[in-house]
Design a protein around this ligand. Sequence first.
Ligand code: PLP
Length: 419
Amino acid sequence: MNAPADGLRSATVDPAVDWDAVRAEFPLLAREVHGKPLLYFDSANTGQKPAVVIDAVNDFYRHHNANVSRAVHQLGSEATDAYEGARRALARFVNVRHDELVLCSGTTFALNLVAWSWALPRLSAGDVILLTRMEHHANIVPWQLVAARAGATIRVVDLAPDGSLDIDTVRAAMTTEVRLFTFTHVSNVLGTVTPVRALCREARRRGITTVVDGSQALPHRPVDIAALGCDFYAFTGHKMCGPTGTGALWARAEHLAAMEPFMGGGEMIREVSFDGTTYNDGPYRFEAGTPNIAGFVGLGAAVGYLEALGMARVEAREQALLAHLTEELQSIEGLRILGTAPGKAAVVSFLVDGAHAHDLATLLDLEGIAIRSGQHCAHPLLAWLGVAATCRASLAFYNTHEEVERFVAALRKVRMLLA
Ligand code: PLP
């Protein structure tokens, strides 16, 4: 198994877990696609949901549905308790204070919140926003939008050929004009795990604010946000067994207190008059409007589920599957894996000589196999890699070694069809 990356607790293999039983807790994984058993290798895109999450959402709508914080009636207080309970569960899961966690629709919203509410009022002409070559569009475009308004520029840190992020290269890019460094914890294309703690330490020494995109980290390994030393950490719920339209931004309390909301509406205010408005405290000032209450109830259940399973076990399981998949893929002639950084996560982008990524994915779909093909919302990374598209197989703990074997056999078969 690969060495644990910085900011992550080490994983241990636990033979006591019955992974077949774990898999059986995901109803969708039992279905067929095109007459074949579904093989789902697209968890970096979105994760599948265990019954306990589906049931929690169902139970909320059947028995507790009401709006939060607005009603004094029984249902209103049940809904509020459930929603705030999810905030506390999520905060415990990532080891932060619950009143430092802004609940929102996901990473995209969370990063936009930092860009518009924290960065834009603080950036001026000549300032530099530092980011890496492997960012998802969600961690590029918001910065372009605010940089253009502020007259700031964006500087990109390049990667080593294996897709890793070299700390000396980052250090060299951290000149005095850099105000903010935003980077992914785990790449959704290469699987690279960045040394978050060391990067944040370097940034802090230079007075640079740090923003971490944790979308691909939280679902797959233990993450202790408080230990990372960053200023902001964004994540999304649907990749970690939770419903779509859920996620959060963690920010230090002093940042939240100093930030102006960029979105106004109900719930985020203390008092409104036509002469002016005073805002609510903490995370609530950034949660305008009715939230995805049932979604967060589901996310709370997802977090409970993952905690019971144990994230160290999840990580170890996925590393074992990754090692198996990598070894099998390496035996296919003409297949190239993009992203081989040490300690990488279970995301495997690859190309096969003579076969277009979309054609491979389409033929695999006919075998009941779901992988992603394309640019994975990372156009600048693919341009740097010099490829138009890749196939991406991304694993989760509910996958099996048998699926790895079946996937590789199917890949060999469809490759022959395209030859
Ligand atoms: N960042 C990374 C690394 C991602 O993989 C994704 C989703 O694929 C996102 C950001 C965006 O997440 P969401 O669409 O849930 O906001």
